[in-house]
Design a protein around this ligand. Structure first.
Ligand SMILES: NC(=O)c1ccc[n+]([C@@H]2O[C@H](COP(=O)([O-])OP(=O)(O)OC[C@H]3O[C@@H](n4cnc5c(N)ncnc54)[C@H](O)[C@@H]3O)[C@@H](O)[C@H]2O)c1
Length: 340
């Protein structure tokens, strides 16, 4: 059995290491020679996963055809805004064999089209005339790469369309420390996974302002309310938002010191660098920044009010001071808890 993983970042490396327990061959595709060489020659990926030792059967390659050739499944683990470009190359490759499922693991929406990432993948397969040959799914949930690499018990959700045998793949992806649930609400799973990063940015900003647990709990709870309003408007099921990809990932991301979105929010409150400068200094992707743009556009388009998202957006893109954003949230008109 061979798995192809697109990406050589934190999550691709940690997930690939996990798969190596069960799969004979796991090959990562990268675009940066230094990362590929490091994985193959030293068995580490220092830029993305510190000194964690990667298993010897985890290989990396710069050659996409080499990675795809003979792979029974393809996992997409690059930043959400890069997925279209990457899938365009995959769909054009003669090594991409018919029947291979494609599984999105990126968390976010494409900002330019406001599509979910599985929709972006589907678009690219359709454009290449391959849609009928490749079932599409998502594998998402509370799964910090650093902890998966340490084999900390983790649970995620595999959600795909009716054309895939997902219970078969569930068995192949699961392991003793990596529990996989299925869920047929692919839209809900994807929306929840992207949205929680916005709330993590808000919690990070609150932490940076010295706020306490009352504030964190409030932001997460009201963030869940925003998620369920936007998510149901986009076709997700309410139940999904109270599952692993919803409240599970919301809690994990908002409380964790591993969360680059929470940490980014906190860094913004320092005031010594602008959000763009902080972003430029980060080797790793901060998906919540893109997702904030996408969610605010969706909020305007669908007429769904997202007060926390709006304030995060204004801090990131309109130079609003975080303390003012917090005050404006607190001073909104008083109302019924679930009335708006
Ligand atoms: N890190 C985690 O714990 C984690 C967990 C679950 C999901 N995710 C999601 O997985 C996705 C990837 O996250 P990550 O943490 O691995 O990111 P990362 O920043 O650690 O790595 C990103 C990788 O994508 C590659 N890349 C960037 N642009 C590319 C392009 N145009 N073409 C090809 N490759 C490109 C980079 O070279 C790098 O190997 C994100 O959407 C993230 O939200 C991450």
């Amino acid at each position: 059995m061979k798995a192809a993983i697109l990406g050589t970042g934190s999550w691709a490396s940690a997930f690939g290491s996990h798969l190596c327990h069960k799969w004979e061959r796991v090959v990562l595709w990268g675009i940066e020679k230094q990362q590929v060489d490091s994985i193959n020659q030293t068995g580490t990926n220092p830029d993305f996963l510190g000194n964690v030792a990667l298993p010897p059967n985890l290989r990396a390659s710069l050659d996409l055809a080499d990675v795809l050739l003979g792979a029974e499944i393809v996992f997409v683990v690059v930043p959400s805004q890069a997925v279209r470009e990457v899938m365009n190359q995959v769909a054009a490759s003669p090594a991409f064999q018919a029947g291979t499922p494609v599984v999105n693991m990126a968390k976010g929406f494409e900002v330019s089209t406001l599509e979910r990432i599985s929709e972006v993948i589907t678009d690219e397969l359709t454009n290449a005339g391959l849609r009928d040959q490749h079932p599409v799914a998502v594998l998402l949930g509370p799964s910090h790469a650093e902890e998966v690499a340490q084999e900390q018990p983790t649970a995620v959700v595999l959600s795909g369309g009716p054309d895939g045998d997902w219970s078969h793949w569930q068995t192949w992806i699961a392991g003793p420390f990596f529990r996989v649930y299925t869920n047929d609400d692919m839209a809900g799973v994807e929306i929840a996974s992207g949205f929680k990063n916005i709330i993590a940015l808000a919690v990070g900003m609150a932490d940076g302002l010295g706020a306490g647990d009352n504030t964190r709990g409030t932001l997460m709870t009201r963030g869940m309310f925003e998620l369920s309003r936007l998510g149901t408007a986009l076709g997700g099921q309410q139940e999904t938002f109270f599952g692993l990809a919803g409240i599970g990932d919301m809690i994990t991301t908002c409380i964790s010191h591993h969360s680059r979105n929470r940490n980014f929010g906190e860094a913004v409150t320092n005031g010594d660098r602008t959000p763009e400068e902080i972003l430029a200094g980060s080797v790793q992707v901060v998906e919540g920044v893109h997702m904030t743009r996408a969610a605010l556009k969706l909020s305007d388009k669908l007429g769904v009010e997202l007060p926390i998202t709006k304030q995060v957006h204004d801090v990131l893109f309109s130079e609003k001071p975080p303390r003012q954003a917090m005050r404006e949230l607190m001073e909104r008109q008083l109302r019924d808890e679930f009335g708006g």
